[in-house]
Design a protein. Structure first.
Length: 271
């Protein structure tokens, strides 16, 4: 018999993501201001990040009180059930602060340390992406019903559209700019969306050939990485490693390895 737990976790993640997304979309105050900063004065938290994380953790805790949490805005609970929720209540906070549409709610569920469910809601697009380990990646949006996702057919690297992100620590950003400058002549082009979770889902949906970034945390990656992999993309960090804070890379099978190799050669992971 198929284990019903992943589907139960998926339904709960979808409910929490949709409710948090609606809160963020409909409850954004006209005078939204920075509530705190994180790694630097330009790495911001708003009151809405905090409210969205509380909504998500409260909703999940009511139904599954023994689960653990790891959240960007401070949720940290060990739990006793073997399930841990990895939450980014607002991925793309600077976009949200400025009124740009590329932000998301990212919720993943781990079972005994393995990510088994991922949900990324992108309210301003009207899209939600989801995956269960081994069950493919899916999305709902302006089209009718659920659409199964598949990454783009393999393309040579010089024809690849690749997205990245930049850290909010000045020295790191300067190094990332150097890496991007070296990459641009070797690719079709580079994009900078502002939400790691959305970029990973766009790889899954065939809207990007690849994505890379340095400095990501588990909550930035967990849901989107599963969705990308379930859509047929390859993901990793430095060669032979899993995606990590040093480096996260995702791409179509034809783009992933040459992109990862170039990033290693260019020292994309260096401090």
């Amino acid at each position: 018999m198929t284990d019903p737990l992943p589907q139960e976790l998926l339904a709960l993640a979808q409910e929490a993501a949709h409710k948090a997304g609606a809160l963020l979309r409909d409850g954004r105050p006209a005078d939204l201001a920075v509530a705190a900063t994180k790694s630097s004065p330009i790495d911001v938290v708003t009151e809405m990040d905090i409210a969205a994380e509380k909504l998500i953790t409260d909703l999940i805790s009511e139904q599954r009180p023994d689960d653990g949490f790891l959240g960007e805005e401070g949720a940290s609970v060990e739990g006793t059930s073997g399930v841990r929720w990895v939450i980014d209540p607002l991925d793309g906070t600077v976009n949200y602060l400025y009124g740009l549409p590329t932000w998301s709610v990212s919720i993943a569920a781990e079972l005994h340390g393995e990510t088994v469910v991922g949900v990324v809601a992108v309210p301003m697009r009207g899209e939600t992406f989801h995956a269960v380990l081994g069950g493919g990646a899916w999305a709902t949006g302006a089209w009718e019903g659920e659409r199964r996702l598949a990454c783009r057919p393999a393309a040579p690297l010089e024809q690849a559209l690749v997205s990245t992100g930049f850290n909010y620590v000045t020295e790191v950003r300067a190094h990332q700019a150097d890496v991007a400058q070296k990459l641009i002549p070797l690719l079709r082009d580079i994009r900078r969306g502002g939400s790691a979770a959305v970029d990973l889902c766009d790889v899954a949906a065939g809207r990007l050939d690849g994505y890379y970034e340095r400095g990501l945390n588990p909550w930035d990656l967990a849901a989107g990485d599963l969705i990308a992999r379930e859509a047929g993309a390859l993901t990793g960090g430095r060669p032979g490693e899993r995606p990590a804070r040093d480096l996260a890379v995702a791409g179509t099978p034809g783009v992933f390895e040459p992109l990862q190799r170039l990033l290693e050669d260019f020292g994309a992971w260096h401090d």
